[in-house]
Design a protein around this ligand. Structure first.
Ligand SMILES: O=C(CO)[C@@H](O)[C@H](O)CF
Length: 538
């Protein structure tokens, strides 16, 4: 009735400034998502001429996005929300996410403009002259290989940099991008009073002043000492001069960084006490949205497969990325990317299951766990984890063979993909625990027979979750967590009202015996293939 409709619906907002769009969700105090909206850069802001939200430059290595497009997208989405009658006065707090690694360069004097925004005007008209670089480097850029080599050399090599910052040097990581800006555009660099990540840039828009960089997204820069949670002086010095003063000090990801700027109170009707909780990277925010807990692992089965790990004691390596954990600042998270994901599964489905997923599933059901000792490695494109390409099949005696029968091939592909995931996750310090849950998402997570193999290989139950808005939802959850007291309250405690994921598969009896025997063989054969290709670990 009328009372319910008009009843106070306190909420938190979760934002996502991603590569292709700005998205927002409203989550009520029972942790239900009841509103969402989005602005797509290509479709809604065509004057910027982006494709997929980005500009790929002629050198095909440099990839940027216009910062004023992100600013204008926020104007648009707030106008859309206002036009739809969204009641901003009910927003208790907001947080958000940004595509990782991208960097925003605020021009000297910009903080004045941020602090004195006129509520009569949209943001983009007032921030036009606030950026020393208008085309921001983003995660798809791969033009900084030289800067990566210099940074690794400056700290004693790739493994040393990984121990210090959680990753070897990667072209997209922000420190290397800042180094390139300093080297190629020194005037712009010296005219820069503040450098933000996309996440802390977005938070700054809501704050009306510069928001600090959070530990978790800051871990994606090759600059933050992830154990000490301070900028590494050696990394800063190797990238650019006077960098620390342009970055400001990093903060725990659950920090309340301030109250919303009066600009939003006057222009949109936000409540004066609305809090801003530090924004973070889209992947850390997704970990929060999936409500990953200690011992859990999230497997996103997409074009490439991505693992989200919760780590207590990370083992930095030359593959994968370790970040400070966004919801527990004493712990860590890791990302591991496996490039041969669904495209590889579809290829084997076409070649060995006559293009049919039901034939594919039948083959999995008609073959035994362990595949009678047959093992396969299937990489149509150069794999990232580890760097292997091609098909490699071995029989129970570890003899390489050129082919398997169709159904053996199908099980060898799926068992191999999941054994690789477990082996490389454990290489970063992940350990399956009695309370471990595997959260599966993405296309292949709709195939129950594939999930059964996942449960068997890990010896843990598999749950299916929907992660369509996970970065936004995770940001709204983090806003509630920040409101509830952040570091003093366990995130899982703040999340106890959220809906539970649905159980999809539990390990078959005898699974752990089968894979405890197979996993070391798989690891050994992987090393054999690597050494034959001259890429084995020393
Ligand atoms: O580079 C990445 C993570 O390291 C991507 O997932 C970006 O965060 C996507 F925005």
């Amino acid at each position: 009735g009328a009372m319910e409709e008009s009843a106070v619906r306190r909420c938190c907002l979760g934002w996502d400034f991603s590569t292709q769009q700005v998205k927002v969700v409203a989550v009520d105090s029972e942790l239900n998502v009841y509103y969402e909206d989005s602005v797509h850069f290509d479709r809604d802001l065509p004057e910027f001429g982006t494709q997929g939200g980005v500009h790929v430059h002629k050198d095909r290595l440099t990839v940027t996005s216009p910062v004023l497009m992100w600013v204008q997208a926020l104007d648009l989405i707030l106008e859309k929300m206002k036009a739809s009658g969204f009641d901003f006065s009910q927003v208790l707090a907001l947080s958000g996410a940004g595509q990782q690694h991208g960097s925003v360069y605020w021009k000297a004097g910009a903080s004045q403009a941020l602090m004195s925004l006129s509520p009569a005007l949209p943001l983009h008209q007032q921030l036009q002259a606030c950026f020393s670089i208008n085309d921001c480097p983003i995660w798809m850029d791969s033009s900084t290989t030289a800067q990566c080599r210099l940074l690794e050399a400056a700290v004693g090599g790739a493994q040393a940099l990984s121990c210090l910052t959680g990753s070897r040097a990667y072209e997209r990581f922000t420190g290397n991008q800042i180094a390139k800006v300093f080297q190629q555009n020194p005037e712009a660099y010296s005219d820069t009073e503040r450098i933000s990540l996309v996440s802390s840039f977005a938070a700054s828009l809501f704050l009306g002043s510069y928001s600090p960089i959070d530990y978790s997204d800051g871990s994606g820069m090759n600059l933050l000492h992830i154990q000490e949670k301070v900028w590494s002086q050696a990394c800063l010095a190797a990238c650019a001069p006077h960098l620390e003063e342009k970055l400001g000090s990093p903060v725990p990801s659950c920090s309340v960084v301030g109250a919303i700027s009066s600009y939003y109170i006057q222009r949109y009707g936000f409540a004066p006490g609305c809090k801003v909780v530090a924004f973070t990277g889209d992947n850390p925010a997704s970990l929060a949205g999936m409500r990953l807990e200690e011992g859990d692992i999230a497997v996103s089965l997409g074009t490439s497969d991505t693992l989200f790990l919760w780590l207590q004691e990370p083992i930095p390596a030359l593959e994968g990325h370790i970040f400070c954990n966004p919801v527990d600042s004493q712990h860590y998270m890791a990302l591991l990317c496996f490039k041969n994901g669904s495209l590889m599964r579809e290829k084997i489905r076409d070649d060995s299951a006559s293009c049919s997923w039901s034939e594919f599933s039948k083959a999995l059901r008609s073959t035994e766990m362990g595949n009678s000792g047959n093992l396969g490695f299937y990489f149509d494109v150069m794999e990232i984890t580890p760097e292997i390409i091609g098909y490699h099949r071995f029989n129970a005696e570890n003899v390489e063979v050129s082919a398997f029968p169709g159904d053996v091939e199908i099980r060898a592909l799926i068992e191999g993909q999941f054994m690789a995931k477990r082996i490389h996750a454990e290489g970063l310090g992940y350990r399956v625990m009695p309370k471990t849950k595997i959260l599966a998402t993405g296309g292949a997570s709709h195939n129950r027979d594939i999930l059964q193999v996942l449960a068997d290989v890990f010896g843990a139950p598999v749950y299916v979750i929907d992660t369509a808005n996970s970065a936004c939802v995770g940001s709204a959850y983090r806003a509630f967590h920040g409101l509830a007291g952040g570091t003093d309250v366990a995130f899982s405690e703040a999340m106890k009202l959220a809906p539970d994921p649905s159980l999809a598969a539990t390990p078959s009896p005898g699974a752990s015996q089968v894979y405890e025997a197979l996993l070391p063989r798989y690891a050994e054969l992987e090393q054999r293939i690597l050494s034959q290709s001259g890429r084995a670990l020393e």
